[in-house]
Design a protein around this ligand. Structure first.
Ligand code: FAD
Length: 479
């Protein structure tokens, strides 16, 4: 008999959360703490969404999206999770760039960038100060017409090298481009500049295990292998969900799944205003990624001076097109040293990440796909050779992930790594005004993506759900 992944579940909850990414889990945890009856449904066999990991024979363990996040994670984890999780967050010390325009090492914080911009890139200190102040004051409600390119043209006209310094890591971090609103770039970049780049000591497996324990402690009913098939809406009000053919009633539903899938697939366009659906259909998905996971042989320990994060490129200039191209010229290498998992046998890993277009991978035949993955692995090892000599002899395990892999494991349309482009934020925020009790807390609009963005969006939405459940009539439908 097939296993019943909903065994013992109630028929009715205050809140059903669809998806256990950092946004979904954080929303569930806050609402559980507040005493609501919360059900967290995850389609995959483990929690975490893109904040995940996988194991391979020989004791190898790979992190997928643990490359770096801003210091703000400490505060968010302390407040909305617990002290132990917050205490696991540690700084990355060495961020490197290596490209035809410059090679340098930085702490990736405001002090160090001020030093670089004034000494190495020859900018007047007042100009640099003015730039930092300008972006620091940007907020979500600002004018969104200025693009990132216009921002750079205003402060550093004609300086392609400075644009590369300021933009390349953020493009890797959330897929943003020079054509995106400057406000989105400004908020994310300022978050990093506040105190540099951080990681979680213990690895993603440890983090997600601790989060699961905290969810259970707070009374959240956590279920994996539970793909939500339908969100039920009756007269523009959420009623419940169907999962494994079983109807579960809920006063509120928070979807952490892809925004477009939530509206068009799980809820259905017929439950929304026509012009809203037009707006939904115009929302662009963010790009996807490829990754190559490399484990070094046991006992082969890299010198930590190689750095934690290395933005490596052979492209003469920074161009979004070049970053997305199948002809890869730019890669971010994350180096993982034994200190990341102090309790595991000492091992070193390198993960190479590249932004990628779903279309370039989606329609390949199985044979072309396998061949393309192998080419990706080969070209990555070639590029890594410069930093880790004799890499081919030193590898214990290597494999690749593509946009198809990300789509398969998270259900994200087109394997989007960072949800949607900026316009998705407006749609996500408008959801409860279209359908009472329906909320979305997942990667959208650059700002609300990445570990910190997704987690903080979960917090914002949990507060809105709390307000709604306390007084449903306060969420008035617009239009
Ligand atoms: C290769 C890569 C590297 C990255 N590196 C970094 C980094 O270094 N730093 C950083 O800050 N961010 C990074 N990110 C981005 C970051 O991981 C994500 O933005 C963040 O984890 C997304 O969280 P989320 O809450 O939006 O949910 P997601 O992680 O997107 O999870 C959504 C969840 O919903 C589930 N789901 C979907 N449909 C259903 C359904 N019908 N029923 C039940 N469950 C469903 C999925 O299975 C999934 O678990 C990276 C992303 C990628 C792909």
């Amino acid at each position: 008999m097939p296993r019943d992944f909903l065994a013992g579940a109630r028929d009715q909850y205050d809140v059903v959360v669809i998806g256990s990414g950092l946004g979904g889990m954080t929303a569930a945890n806050i609402l559980g703490r507040l005493g609501y009856r919360v059900l967290l449904l995850e389609q995959h066999y483990k929690l975490g969404g893109l904040a995940t990991w996988f194991r391979r024979p020989g004791g190898n363990i790979f992190d997928i999206s643990l490359h770096g996040f801003p210091y703000g994670m400490v505060k968010s984890c302390r407040r909305y999770w617990n002290e132990e999780i917050a205490n696991g967050i540690v700084p990355l010390r060495t961020i490197r760039y290596d490209n035809p325009m410059f090679s340098l090492t930085t702490r990736f914080d405001r002090d160090d960038f001020t030093r670089l911009l004034t000494t190495r890139f020859g900018q007047p200190p007042e100009k640099v100060q003015e730039f930092f102040e300008f972006i620091r004051k940007m907020n979500f409600y600002d004018d969104q017409t200025m693009t990132v390119k216009e921002l750079f043209d205003r402060f550093f006209p004609g300086r392609e090298d400075i644009i590369r310094l300021l933009m390349e890591p953020i493009t890797y971090a959330n897929g943003s481009t020079l054509e995106d609103p400057a406000v989105a770039y400004g908020i994310v970049f300022s978050n990093f500049m506040a105190k540099g780049v951080y990681t979680y000591r213990g690895g993603t497996d440890d983090l997600i295990q601790r989060m699961k324990e905290e969810l259970l402690k707070n009374g959240v009913d956590v279920r994996v292998r539970c793909p939500v098939e339908r969100i039920h809406i009756v007269r523009r009000k959420v009623a419940g969900v169907t999962v494994h053919g079983r109807y579960l009633a809920a006063r509120a539903v928070v979807s952490n799944a892809n925004l477009l899938a939530t509206i068009l697939r799980f809820a259905g366009p017929e439950h929304f205003d026509k012009d809203f659906i037009e707006e939904v259909k115009a929302v662009r998905l963010n790009n996807s990624s490829t990754q190559v996971y490399i484990a070094l042989k046991q006992g082969d320990l890299l010198d930590e001076s190689i750095g934690d994060l290395l933005f490596s490129s052979t492209a003469p200039y920074f161009r979004t097109e070049a970053l997305l191209s199948r002809n890869i010229t730019s890669r971010t290498f994350s180096f993982y040293y034994p200190s990341l998992r102090p309790h595991a046998p000492p091992r070193c890993y390198v993960v190479s990440s590249t932004n990628a277009r779903y279309e370039d991978w989606a329609n390949l035949s199985e044979e072309e796909y396998r061949k393309s993955k192998q080419e990706l692995i080969n070209s990555t090892l070639d590029a890594l050779e410069k930093y880790v000599p004799d890499i081919r002899q030193r590898v214990a395990h290597v494999e690749a992930a593509t946009p198809r892999t990300f789509e398969r494991y998270t259900g994200h349309l087109a394997g989007a790594s960072f949800g949607t482009k900026f316009e998705g934020l407006r749609v996500s925020r408008a959801l409860p005004h279209q359908v009472e009790g329906l909320f979305h807390a997942g990667s959208v609009g650059i700002i609300m993506s990445g570990w910190l963005g997704a987690m903080n969006y979960g917090v914002i939405v949990a507060n809105e759900v709390d307000n709604y459940l306390a007084c449903p009539s306060l969420t008035v439908r617009k239009g």
